[in-house]
Write a protein that binds this ligand. Structure first.
Ligand code: SAH
Ligand code: MG
Length: 211
């Protein structure tokens, strides 16, 4: 646990430690279902490490999905751009090599299945019920709502939906993840179980998922 937290803090990424601890606690609880823990938005693997460590404890795996080309706000000229993540051969963002180094350094390669692709396409071919869905991919309404629509219905009863970057006040950040959070609460099949910073944890309750 101390090792994985040290690796978390050493990795590139955007999640503060307190939110990481809340994500890790949710992942440990969800891993007891014995089903895969799914992340949308790998980036350089900072949050993936926490899911991987928790998954290993429950005898399951973490699955993480990213096209590795970066979100809108990570492109050159934007607020969250990191020039060291541009592949000189293509001139495009490529976070996959850094992600692999993060996993290797933490000794967690065997606990993770990394899928390179667009989240809605991957969701379309995925059939396995999930113990946890962590939504931390693109932050436009188009991307965030497609992530919810594609992955949330695959959660097993008792599984956890975790949403990052939920800002009820527009002064604090973009509203797309907040709108997904509101939609989940309105669906009638989720109950909020934890709040830490911009992280929200909801439990899938019995009942039909609304169309
Ligand atoms: N969870 C990471 C941060 C993720 S940043 C951490 O805590 O460290 C968001 C990531 O989502 C970026 O790497 C970007 O490439 C990816 N992304 C954005 N839209 C996507 C989409 N539609 N499909 C797959 N990945 C996407
Ligand atoms: Mg985030």
């Amino acid at each position: 646990m101390t090792d994985v937290l040290a690796a978390f803090e050493a990795a590139k990424g955007f999640m503060p430690l307190a939110e990481g601890l809340a994500l890790h606690a949710a992942a440990k609880e969800a891993a007891s279902l014995g089903l895969p823990l799914l992340e949308v938005g790998t980036y350089c693997g900072r949050s993936t490490l926490l899911l991987a460590e928790a998954a290993a404890g429950g005898g399951t795996v973490a699955v993480t999905v990213d096209h590795h080309r970066g979100s809108e706000e990570q492109q050159p000229g934007w607020e969250y751009h990191d020039p060291s993540l541009v592949d000189p051969a293509t001139g495009r963002m490529d976070t996959l090599p850094t992600f692999r180094r993060t996993l290797h350094a933490a000794g967690l390669e065997d606990q993770v299945i990394a899928i390179v692709g667009r989240s809605p396409l991957v969701a379309k071919v995925w059939r396995q019920p999930l113990g946890l869905v962590f939504i931390d991919g693109g932050h436009t309404d188009e991307h965030a709502s497609a992530d919810y629509a594609g992955w949330a219905p695959l959660l097993a009863e008792g599984g956890l939906l975790v949403i990052h970057d939920v800002f009820p006040d527009p002064a604090d950040g973009g509203q797309a993840p907040y709108r997904v959070h509101q939609r989940a609460l309105r669906s009638g099949v989720f109950t909020e179980v934890a709040v830490e910073g911009s992280l929200r944890v909801l439990r899938r309750e019995p009942g039909d998922f609304p169309a």
